[in-house]
Design a protein around this ligand. Sequence first.
Ligand code: NDP
Length: 297
Amino acid sequence: MSENTVSGTVSVIGLGPMGRAMAAAYLDAGYRVTVWNRSAGKDEDLVARGAHRAATAAGAVAASGLTVLSLIDVDAMYTALDGAALDGRVLANLSSDVPEKARAAAAWAAERGAGYLTGGVTVPPSGLGKPESQIFVSGDRGAYEQHRAALDVLGGTDHKGDDPGLAQLHYQLGMIMFWTALTGWEQAVAVAQANGLTAADILPQAVETSDSLSGFVRFYTERVDAGEHGGQVDRLAMCAASIEHVRHTAADAGVDTGILDAHVALYRRGLAAGFGDDSGTRVLQLLREPAGSAAGA
Ligand code: NDP
């Protein structure tokens, strides 16, 4: 039986919207909750509901076997927990960051005798604890098994492996798709607005297009994993022409084309490489051999 099942205690460090929702979920579930936030004033509703306010982050860690961190990034943990006694504690850092930072943080915690789990939350604060809520977790499997019941209060946890970077990798894979798709919608709305339409005018079309993506992803997944890039129905040359039309439509509307320029450049590279008769998925090869990154390392 886990420590939290026995004691029902948990600490939450970081009370932005996500940390507050986490602490509230634990209060709802009957846990004895200790909270700490760098700035004052974010814990009042929680304290009114029975949460204990720790004077320091170290005090929050001392109060519970499991401390959940919900901070802006992994680096914030180092300043928050500077000097805290961590030996024998378990930290579940559910702050988003990159895999390498998660690995370094796990090593930092291990040097101080703490168990460390890294996690990525895939839902907004309002989605915590709901059936669709999913949290990627990785790292110390013993700590995970010990505190799984407590972590599952926040959502279905999916332990991705012992490498503490894996949870953030899976989280970032989702974010790559999310941000590019959402920016695509924003680009479409900007063009619509420039043509006198509103976001609401194109909502049915936006929803239909978003929903259709899952079918494309399912169709392409098996082919891509098998290394099949035949262009029987989706020649890269056709995709390139379509993307040129997209860019042209945005430019004609006076809308910024920076994102679309990059898209066009990628498919032009595909044509230059002689992939015109292959499937558009041949760009995967180009994405893995970058021509140069504008964003830098
Ligand atoms: P916020 O940016 O609103 O809150 C960040 C928290 O980090 C605050 O409590 C802030 O303290 C604290 N913090 C920042 N820097 C430091 C520092 N140097 N030392 C100590 N504390 C620090 O974020 P959210 O609550 O929205 O999100 C928290 C995490 O959850 C993020 O990693 C985010 O990516 C992830 N997440 C959020 C989602 C969302 O929809 N909100 C969805 C999925 C994941 P202070 O109040 O003093 O500024």
